[in-house]
Design a protein around this ligand. Structure first.
Ligand SMILES: NC(=O)c1ccc[n+]([C@@H]2O[C@H](COP(=O)([O-])OP(=O)(O)OC[C@H]3O[C@@H](n4cnc5c(N)ncnc54)[C@H](O)[C@@H]3O)[C@@H](O)[C@H]2O)c1
Length: 315
């Protein structure tokens, strides 16, 4: 009998992780998921995965690697809130830096081929001098969250040089799509979609002209699959090269939900980036990756999924 390769997805019960898990199961990988369910949900997981309910900082991680010997690790478990990282940098450091080092160490010890890391494009380059900005742009994070993601990239590069551990860091733009959790302050598309589905008021921080690079979750999953290919190594922007304003998102979603209310504008949040978009030409050239789902289509698919579960389950 041919046994398919084992792959481990940390944070696999979360938004992006669960879409990736779904795809990997379809592709017949033996999928292991590690998640502490701090924001992830068991119901996000398809049948047929082996689930380990644990924090990446626990010693059980070592046992899981020893027993399962995964070939690839997709590392999505993280503290994902920029503002929480400013409020509690120690917690951000424990989960996002120490937790990642634990995984990298286990990956090295148990012969993982490659670790694919969910990094950030939005929180790494500060307010970029040029948009779209490429990977060569100076790294000037405006939060502990951005800094911790960069520290992990540096650890991965160190482990590549010291031990030849393969790695790819995918610097995501603002990922959106079905199953994104509308609670918390990240994920403006999910937050707007939930409020619109329920006819509730919507608040926009600042004048709404600030721009982000919105990338659809399915495209992000495809970038993870391309990153598995032998010879692909290093850091890659995963975005669309297009900056869309928060007002644009509000306007498009309003039409899709037939939402008639006007937004309430609140003071801008300090530390928020003004305008950013990510040049993905390196990913195109080296991984043959390009986004396939444009903003209108992606928002349509997302709106549809929120309408189908018009009160987003909170359990
Ligand atoms: N959503 C975006 O726009 C975006 C942009 C850039 C980078 N990222 C990165 O992508 C990854 C996934 O983000 P997401 O939007 O799917 O968030 P998410 O909160 O839905 O997923 C994170 C998952 O990790 C789990 N988790 C958190 N801490 C853990 C710990 N200590 N041990 C084990 N599991 C833990 C959570 O329960 C959750 O299932 C994160 O690393 C995030 O920083 C996301």
């Amino acid at each position: 009998m041919v046994t398919s390769k084992s792959v481990l997805v940390t944070g696999g019960a979360g938004f992006i992780g669960s879409h990736l898990v779904e795809k990997l199961v379809q592709l017949d990988y033996r999928v292991l998921v590690v998640d502490d369910l701090s924001t992830g949900k068991l119901r996000n997981l398809p049948r047929g995965v082996s689930f380990y309910h644990t924090d990446i900082n626990e010693s059980t991680i070592e046992e899981i690697f020893a027993r399962e010997k995964p070939s690839f690790v997709f590392h999505h478990a993280a503290q994902i809130s920029v503002s929480n990282s400013v409020r509690d940098p120690m917690k951000d450091c424990r989960i996002n830096i120490t937790g990642t080092i634990k995984l990298i160490e286990a990956a090295r010890r148990y012969g993982v081929d490659k670790l694919i890391f969910a990094s950030t494009g939005g929180a790494l380059y500060g307010d970029p001098n040029v948009t779209p900005c490429s990977e060569d742009h100076p790294v000037v994070p405006l939060s502990p969250y951005g800094l911790s993601k960069y520290a992990c990239e540096m650890y991965l590069d160190l482990y590549r040089r010291l031990y030849r551990l393969g790695f790819v860091a995918l610097r995501y733009g603002n990922v959106y799509g079905p199953r994104q959790d509308p609670r918390g302050e990240a994920g403006v598309v999910a937050i707007f979609s939930k409020a619109m589905a329920e006819g509730k008021p919507i608040q926009i921080f600042g004048d709404g002209r600030q721009q982000r690079d919105f990338v659809y979750v399915e495209d992000v999953v495809n970038a993870n699959l391309r990153a598995m290919k032998e010879g692909i190594v290093g850091s890659f922007n995963i975005g669309t090269s297009i900056g869309s304003s928060i007002n644009d998102i509000f306007r498009i979603l309003s039409k899709q939900f037939n939402y008639k209310r006007t937004p309430i504008y609140a003071p801008a949040r300090p530390g928020d980036v003004w305008k950013i978009s990510l040049d993905y030409s390196k990913a195109k050239k080296e991984m043959d990756w390009e986004p396939q789902v444009d903003l209108l289509r992606g928002l349509e698919l997302t709106a549809k999924s929120f309408m189908e579960s018009s009160t987003y389950p909170t359990g």
